[in-house]
Design a binder for this molecule. Sequence first.
Ligand SMILES: [Cu+2]
Length: 332
Amino acid sequence: VSKKFNRTRRAPAAAFVLLLAAAPLAGCAEAPFSMLDTAGPGADSIARVWWVMFWGSLAILVLMMALGFMAVFRAPHRRREISGRAFILGGGIAFPFLVLLVLLVYGLRSGQALLPLPTDRDVYRVEVRAHQWWWEVRYPDAPGGPLHTANEIHVPAGRPVDIHLTAADVIHSFWVPRLGGKIDAIPGRTNIIRLEAHAPGVYRGQCAEFCGAQHARMHFSFEAHSADGLNAYLASLADSAVPPGPGAPAFQAHCAACHSVDPREHAGGMAPNLAGLPGRATLGAGTLANGPGALPRWLREHQTLKPGNRMPPHELDDATLDAIAGYLEAGR
Ligand SMILES: [Cu+2]
């Protein structure tokens, strides 16, 4: 049987093993969440540690396999006996101790790059509060006073950014894989993570600590701008306003207890601030791409699109919902 298998099944079996081995690589084509497709110094240092460990463990594996093959296949008269003592002291203690010591020193030094240490560089500050299942964003130093928004973070490129992170309800974790490591968002505590993007661009972020049913739909975008681009964004956020319209009373009656459309208003942080909503790329923390028809759809189907999310179901009729959507969409 084994001979027959050898002849007829070897090629398909080898192809299958290769395919299995290649499967994890398929994930690498999708770059937005790849921590190996680095776009900032924090991620650079993490990826370097990753590659050192990858090639290091591969080298050790090859060494062990070679020793194993020598023990089994070398002609008996050419094998040399090693004493058990030398084997245990050398292979079991000295070798792992050295490897782990080198890795420890290297890992600690690389970790320094991720810490919000004092620096002469001009650090930009953003405050983020994680909620089930969305991100509250505040710019404390925006020209003209603090501004609020949700699910998107705008920062300068080429400059360190400290994210002051906390949580409103349970533990979440803030992660922009292409820029750096993750850090927990813990209720009652503020953690700081320092991120930097080498170049302007939109980087994607995701909650990385299971936080309840809709944990998977807790995305955010992290956009790095040129200095002028950031000023323009903050100016447009500060300037965002929703003109009074036929839908305003219905919004006041049914939505304003939770939502504000004023970027200067914190409103308790129960729900995403809706200032500048028409300019957002997504609704529901990445659940639905924003665009024509997206807002009416969110208002009708939010509990099907993102079941259990903290925006309660309602019984508003179509005319009221369309009026509210029209009111919010007229904003800038
Ligand atoms: Cu989560």
